[in-house]
Design a protein around this ligand. Structure first.
Ligand SMILES: Nc1ncnc2c1ncn2[C@@H]1O[C@H](COP(=O)(O)OP(=O)(O)O)[C@@H](O)[C@H]1O
Ligand SMILES: [Mg+2]
Length: 366
């Protein structure tokens, strides 16, 4: 699948802009702060509905305006248009998503309908950052390829919230402890399904990741991502038993202390040594790039469709050979690539690309 047209209205610095892309490599150049990443942000929102920036719709809407609108036109996909509109009036925020003109309300109906994979300079935090960063990364990846997963995750979060509320209230209203039985059953069913899916997808992911890291780094280092669930069981009945055995601790802590929300992913190298304990900044960068390339492969394996790959100022961080190698892998897989860079010199080794230049809040075709 590829995007051939993007329309932005009062989105960040763009008033009303139509941008055409080629199915191959697209390069967006422009000075710092000109609005290159904003274009990638719009494409990302069309796939993930939220921005990758930690911001609200109000921040995205053009200053002084009340709403923004994005429409993405794709080809070689089972859909042709995604529209996202958001408005903020009197501090009330409203967002609408339409696919092929029909409004979609359920997150599983629009999340990941277009395959978007991003490469950002700070992706190394997936490897070196807090456990929730890598957990969120895999949650997003699996949600993009497995509709059931995102539904399970949504239910799980609601059940967890309710169970935690009961746990918090118990010290004041002792008799509500009975309510935990019903929440524990629902919790265990959902947790079991999530854990099984996480186990399944990490296995597929590692097959690609291991080889890609070796190829890119040139080291014969067996880097693998281990999924370590916080629960000791997979089966819902066994999980319920495990959770009820922890009940006293949960009541004392006022929160659910075991479950998928506490799962960790550990990146290990040779001899099972923690990767982050020895890897250089460069190796972490290559590992994070190998993860994104593995993601493109997993998406293709499951959905049998190509991805739209967004690279935000990442190429300049790599040496010439690796830059070529990363791009070559993406091109060989016939993925659409959209690259931002301050200067098109960063891509001068690429033979054939569409060049877009951002000048004075307009996107010009070079
Ligand atoms: N809500 C907004 N309304 C208008 N302009 C915005 C808004 N948010 C950000 N901008 C503009 O976008 C610029 C940043 O764009 P960005 O795409 O991150 O730049 P870069 O080309 O460096 O990637 C800021 O300098 C700011 O002027
Ligand atoms: Mg930028």
């Amino acid at each position: 699948m590829f995007i051939y047209r993007l329309l932005l209205k009062t989105f960040r610095n763009y008033v009303n802009e139509t941008i055409s892309f080629s199915p191959g490599i697209n390069v967006i150049s422009g000075s710092n702060g000109s609005g290159k990443t904003n274009i990638l942000e719009a494409i990302y929102i069309a796939s993930h509905i939220k921005s990758f920036r930690n911001c609200t719709d109000k921040d995205i809407i053009q200053w002084g305006k009340q709403d923004y609108y994005i429409s993405v036109h794709v080809e070689n996909a089972d859909i042709s248009t995604i529209e996202v509109g958001a408005s903020v009036t009197n501090q009330q925020s409203e967002k609408k998503v339409k696919i092929d003109g029909k409004e979609k309300k359920k997150i599983s109906d629009f999340y990941g309908r277009i395959n978007v994979v991003t490469f950002f300079p700070d992706d190394t935090t997936i490897i070196s950052g807090a456990p929730d960063i890598i957990r969120r990364y895999f949650d997003r990846l699996i949600s993009k390829v497995d509709k059931e997963y995102i539904e399970l995750l949504t239910s799980f979060r609601k059940i967890l919230k309710n169970r935690n509320q009961v746990l918090k209230d118990i010290p004041h209203k002792r008799d509500i402890i009975k309510q935990l039985d019903i929440w524990d059953s629902m919790y265990s069913d959902c947790a079991s399904a999530l854990v099984m899916k996480r186990k399944h997808y990490i296995e597929h992911f590692n097959i690609y990741f291991k080889e890609l890291y070796k190829e890119l780094s040139g080291f014969n280092d067996n880097v693998i991502i281990h999924y370590c669930p916080s629960l000791h069981n997979n089966d819902a009945v066994d999980i319920k038993h495990e959770v009820s055995k922890r009940r006293n601790i949960d009541v004392k802590m006022g929160t659910t202390t075991i479950g998928p929300h506490r799962d960790v992913y550990v990146v290990n190298g040779n001899e099972n040594i923690a990767f982050k304990s020895y890897a250089s900044t460069g190796q972490r960068r290559l590992a994070s790039i190998a993860m994104k390339l593995a993601e493109v492969n997993v998406i293709y394996e499951v959905k049998k469709s190509k991805s739209i790959v967004l690279l935000d100022d990442v190429l300049s961080e790599l040496d010439d050979d690796r830059r070529k190698s990363v791009l070559q892998k993406l091109i060989d897989g016939s993925n659409q690539v959209i690259i931002t860079c301050a200067s098109s010199n960063d891509v001068n080794f690429v033979d054939n690309y569409k060049h877009l230049k951002v000048v004075n809040n307009r996107v010009l075709e070079k």
